[in-house]
Design a protein around this ligand. Structure first.
Ligand SMILES: NC(=O)c1ccc[n+]([C@@H]2O[C@H](COP(=O)([O-])OP(=O)(O)OC[C@H]3O[C@@H](n4cnc5c(N)ncnc54)[C@H](OP(=O)(O)O)[C@@H]3O)[C@@H](O)[C@H]2O)c1
Length: 349
């Protein structure tokens, strides 16, 4: 069985490609020339260079492929990137699905986002809750709703498509690194000065990988499955990071409404006067944290047999990954704790 994987240079793809190779699969990865592709360095994969926005390249990329994992997407919490986000995510997914259909590919598993699921303050959301595009939502969130729409249209036309919906990913093989990976790295290096209360659904990289494999094997055509390890408040997340890294949590806990105003001002100044400076706590990111979104994963548990694992172990794995790559001072007092967490995780799986 030859598989095509998109997004292998990203956090999810880097974990999924390792799992597929460990399972003995033959994998072709769609990569972009000129990108940071360190995540696949040294892996026994077939490299195919192309962009999701190029239908001709995708027709060649799917030649001889039997199944596709489509993880690639342009993630952004910034304004001003709307066109790129739409083109990469919505048009890119459409291009890939058309290429797959015309090329006779079987099942396509597409990564969805929990940010494109409706949310409520009084109960966890499930797959049936409609995304509210009239709410104050980011272009990225709208684009992921558009991605699902493309998948459902394709399924109605008879294509075998399943959506595996991801929450915020934590874990190893985070080469770029991701926004949450940078938080863990900075925390461990004593550079995280403050945080804001709130919370979100997080998923261990290991769990979202398992969710994709299960969706490929057991998912029903045209269905989506929310894959999450659990809700974590920012207070608990800071305590967990402190246990894993052996570093104290930041003493400054900024009230979320104050942070919302600060992030709007910072975003305006950086976007207009310092466009090359990376923005972390954007207004969109602050807004999502304040919503305290929670997920109900019972559909994935019942229909796919998905079983969530530990978020603390996922943070420990991210931490180890950064230590191994020299991004965190390795002489940490907490290393025995990391070893203990990892062996507990191994025993559980
Ligand atoms: N990370 C999260 O917390 C999270 C939460 C919910 C959902 N998701 C979903 O999970 C999936 C994977 O996310 P991630 O965290 O792995 O993201 P990531 O680390 O930012 O990686 C994104 C990947 O997509 C590729 N890509 C983007 N635009 C492309 C294009 N036009 N053509 C070809 N490749 C393109 C990137 O390639 P380059 O290296 O060439 O840029 C990279 O490999 C996405 O579908 C995302 O929406 C992620």
């Amino acid at each position: 069985m030859k598989l095509l994987l998109t997004g292998a240079s990203g956090h999810l793809g880097a974990n999924l490609v390792r799992r597929l190779l460990a399972d003995g699969q033959e994998v072709r990865c769609l990569l972009r020339p000129g990108s940071n592709n360190a995540a696949v360095d040294g892996l026994p994969i077939e490299r195919f260079y192309g962009d999701l926005r190029d239908p001709g390249a995708l027709r060649k990329a799917v030649a001889g492929i039997e199944r596709i994992y489509h993880c690639a997407a342009k993630i952004s919490t910034l304004d001003g990137e709307e066109q790129e986000v739409f083109d990469c995510n919505v048009i890119g997914t459409r291009n890939l699905l058309i290429a797959a259909r015309e090329g006779g590919v079987g099942r396509v598993v597409v990564t969805g986002s929990f940010s494109a699921v409706g949310h409520y303050t009084d109960r966890p959301s499930d797959e049936r809750d409609p995304f509210n595009m009239f709410d104050h939502v980011m272009p990225y969130e709208k684009s992921k709703a558009g991605v699902e729409h493309e998948c459902l249209k394709a399924a109605v036309e008879g294509q075998d498509v399943v959506v595996a919906t991801s929450c915020a990913i934590l874990g190893a093989n985070d080469f770029k690194p991701s926004r949450m990976g940078a938080v863990i790295r900075d925390f461990a290096n004593g550079k995280l000065r403050a945080y804001i209360p709130g919370g979100f659904e997080f998923v261990a990289a290991r769990d979202i990988v398992e969710g994709h494999v299960l969706a490929m094997e057991r998912g029903k055509t045209g269905q989506k499955y929310i894959i999450s390890s659990g809700y974590v408040s920012m207070d608990d997340l800071m305590d967990t990071m402190s246990r894993v890294t052996g570093k104290p949590k930041p003493r400054l806990r900024l009230p979320a409404p104050v942070m919302a105003v600060i992030s709007e001002i910072t975003h305006f100044v950086l976007t207009n006067f310092f466009p090359t400076v990376p923005q972390r706590l954007t207004p969109g990111a602050v807004r999502i944290l304040r919503q305290n979104r929670k997920a109900d994963t019972s559909k994935a548990q019942k229909e796919l047999g998905f079983r969530p694992t530990s978020i603390e172990a996922a943070i420990a794995e991210a931490y180890e990954h950064f230590v191994e790559r020299g991004l965190i001072d390795g002489k940490q007092a907490s290393r025995p704790r990391v070893t203990e967490l990892k062996s507990r995780q191994r025993a559980a799986s």
